[in-house]
Write a protein that binds this ligand. Structure first.
Ligand code: FES
Length: 160
């Protein structure tokens, strides 16, 4: 990936916002993630120069927190809860069903860029387990037979 000058300047601008903070890295990475949707190595290199933090350290942070991503994510992020309450109620089977129908594994994105599949730890909806979250919308008590309908709902949205 080659970063355009415009993008480099924008990343420098984000770094400048927080340069006087005691620990600017998380703040900078959060803004970059929000702005671009992911934080590839080329972007980490610019942040490294600006904040004078080694790329290895930045890479460590980006790969440690699931909020950050090295690769572009899909338009719809399907987060299937596999925390204890959801797991007991079949959350793993729901995750597997999404994977099977979309042809991807956890952490992957469909080739058309529409869906990313994530397994999540407790999303605070244990009373309605198994629960999933798609771009902030929570679906309660998801059954395996609901999965094709949910996928269809978002595929049709794409065509709107
Ligand atoms: S374990 Fe799934 S919402 Fe709590």
């Amino acid at each position: 990936m080659f970063l355009r000058e415009e993008a480099v300047n924008q990343i420098k601008e984000i770094c400048a916002r927080y340069i006087n903070e005691p620990s600017p890295l998380m703040l900078v990475l959060s803004d970059v993630q929000r702005e671009y949707g992911y934080i590839p190595l080329e972007v980490q290199e610019v942040v490294s120069q600006e904040l004078e933090i080694p790329v290895s350290e930045i890479y460590g942070v980006v790969t440690f927190y699931s909020f950050f991503s090295l690769k572009p994510k899909g338009r719809y992020i399907i987060g299937v809860c596999i925390g204890t309450a959801c797991y007991v109620k079949g959350g793993q089977n729901v995750l597997d069903k999404f994977g099977e129908l979309l042809g991807i594994r956890q952490g992957q994105t469909t080739p058309d860029g529409l869906f990313t599949l994530d397994g999540l730890r407790c999303i605070g909806a244990c009373g309605i387990a198994p629960a999933i979250n798609i771009n902030g919308k929570v679906y309660p008590k998801v059954k395996l037979s609901d999965v094709p309908k949910i996928i269809k709902e978002y595929r049709e949205k794409k065509m709107e």
